[in-house]
Design a protein. Structure first.
Ligand SMILES: Nc1ncnc2c1ncn2[C@@H]1O[C@H](COP(=O)(O)OP(=O)(O)OP(=O)(O)O)[C@@H](O)[C@H]1O
Ligand SMILES: [Mg+2]
Lengths: 254, 262
């Protein structure tokens, strides 16, 4: 449980003059579920993309299973990606493919599973996220936003990855579906023994799925702790965020 | 010294720096694209879909443009030749202008409008909706999956389209000469066949392959680097068509010069 899966140190990332990540330090232990909270535009998605190598950090180090990924070559990155799954904030479903082909994409392209078997597997995972088998042959654009989110989740967990990233998995879902997704995240993280990094604004969801919570503010992790510690904290930034107060140390630029 | 260079570059201003940067970016993109076109894995199914999109569905457009091009050339050259009483020359003019110039250039431009725009829009949408990022996280190389099938299909299919366009264009000339100008059909066909030279066909086909590369490359490149939502995708489609069309005309000249200038 104490083995380090992802270790980020002093990570910097800026777009032009706009500094987004300004020295992030964060560690995920194996099998742990970490939730990152923080205001809109604080760079949570950028952080995940840096870990995945979709964005190149300006400086700093990211160790995954003890291996440096910053500056890794294509092959190393591909090897890394085969053990990671990602639920994109916007879904990012392939709209030229059917729902089941989306879910089975990693199985088909990467694990070279035969189509028939991949489809069966895709339908199984779809059912797991609460979707009926008859959506399998639809195109993603024929689904509601919430259903697309679930398909996206199914795609992220279909390859049974060791590390799963969830970028706002419950945003835009009704409360019941959000609860279902929360359970699924817990299940996939605990059940598969996967390490999970979740981004969310939804504090109820964060409390439910997190082993630990970290808060990102102004490019740094300003607070880190368990859910219990969260309830006892007197950190004014965290308090303002979790209580949703408009007044406090965090100034929203309007 | 370094300072002076800096001052000099500064004087030239941002546009030049931007231009050079984007030239470098494009060169890198081309190098990557060619590398991934030549190394496995190949996505044959995706290539097949592109064959249909670029080739089969462009047939009506290419057919219409080349038939009218052939017809108008026959009419124009007849009015010119009639003064010298050399109607038989019409067949040879139609043949040469269609195979060397009209079929490749017009087909290239039409396909650039049809396919370049669609390609840039599709890949651009995939970029701004993070589908390309999603490909990467599913350990699939976007160059292999998106770019290579399109470029390979373009380079193979355009020559075929142009060969078909050659036949249709020559047929257009035949129709005008025989049914409007009253030529003898057998004579017309005879002088067409006599004047038929492989070099004419070959230049047309070489041009077509280059145009196929240009069209698909510009479509993919502009789509791939597009950013900023729907507006960015719109810009990408415009840029793809405009740049492909200009490059087609430039390379049309360059290839003609390579083949025919002594
Ligand atoms: N590719 C990019 N190019 C330029 N700027 C970017 C890029 N990606 C993100 N940014 C900027 O980085 C900042 C952080 O973006 P990010 O998407 O990480 O926010 P976030 O914390 O995920 O917000 P939200 O909760 O709203 O999703 C934003 O100000 C955004 O404008
Ligand atoms: Mg985000």
């Amino acid at each position: 449980m104490s083995e380090s899966k992802i270790k980020i140190s002093n990570l910097h990332k800026a777009f032009g003059k706009k500094v987004v990540l300004d020295g992030v330090d964060l560690e995920l232990r194996k099998g742990e579920s970490l939730v990152v909270i923080g205001g809109s535009g604080t760079g949570k998605s950028v952080l995940i993309k840096c870990i995945q190598g979709l964005l190149t950090p300006d400086s700093g180090s990211i160790l995954i299973d003890g291996e440096e990924t910053v500056g890794a070559d294509r092959e190393q990155q591909a090897a890394l990606h085969s053990k990671m799954g990602m639920l994109f904030q916007g879904g990012a479903l392939f709209d030229s493919l059917t729902v089941w082909e989306n879910v089975a994409f990693g199985l088909l392209e990467n694990q070279k599973m035969p189509r028939k078997q991949a489809k069966t597997e895709a339908i199984r995972v779809l059912r797991q996220v609460g979707l009926a088998p008859d959506v399998a042959d639809l195109s993603p654009s024929e689904l509601s936003g919430g259903m697309q989110k679930r398909v996206s989740l199914a795609r992220a967990i279909a390859t049974k990855p060791e590390i799963i990233f969830f970028d706002e998995p419950t945003t835009g879902l009704d409360p019941i579906m959000a609860a279902v997704i929360n359970d699924l995240i817990i299940e996939s993280a605990k059940g598969l023994g996967a390490t999970a990094l979740t981004i969310t604004h939804d504090m109820a969801s964060a409390r439910k799925i997190a082993d630990r919570i970290a808060m990102l503010y102004k490019g740094k992790i300003i607070w880190e702790g368990t859910v219990k510690e969260l309830d006892k904290t007197d950190n004014p930034y965290v308090l303002q965020f979790i209580n949703g107060l408009s007044q406090g140390p965090i100034k929203v630029e309007i | 010294m370094a300072n002076r260079i800096e001052l000099f570059l500064r004087a030239l201003g941002k546009p030049l720096v931007k231009f050079i940067a984007s030239l470098g970016e494009l060169t890198l993109f081309i190098a990557k694209s060619i590398y991934h076109c030549l190394t496995p894995p190949f996505y044959f199914k995706l290539m097949g879909r592109q064959f249909m999109d670029i080739g089969f569905y462009s047939l009506p457009v290419v057919g219409l443009t080349t038939i009218f091009a052939g017809m108008v050339i026959a009419l124009q050259s007849y009015t010119g030749f009639a003064r010298f009483g050399a109607e038989s020359g019409v067949a040879s003019v139609v043949l040469i202008s269609v195979t060397r110039e009209l079929a490749p250039a017009l087909s290239g431009l039409m396909v650039a409008g049809r396919i370049g725009a669609a390609m840039a829009a599709e890949i651009g949408t995939m970029r701004v909706t993070e589908q390309i990022d999603a490909l990467v996280t599913l350990s699939t190389n976007p160059f292999k999956y998106l770019v290579a099938p399109r470029i390979i299909a373009g380079v193979i299919v355009l020559p075929i389209l142009v060969l078909i366009g050659d036949i249709i264009g020559i047929f257009g000339g035949y129709v005008v000469c025989v049914y409007k100008l009253g030529f003898n059909p057998a004579n017309y066909i005879n002088s067409t066949l006599q004047n038929l030279e492989s070099l004419d066909i070959v230049t047309g086909v070489v041009k077509a392959a280059v145009f196929g590369f240009i069209i698909t490359l510009m479509g993919c490149y502009n789509g791939y680097k597009s950013k900023g939502g729907a507006q960015g995708v719109g810009e990408a489609t415009t840029n793809a068509v405009v740049s492909a069309s200009i490059l087609i005309l430039v390379f049309n000249y360059i290839i003609t010069e390579l083949f025919f200038a002594k």
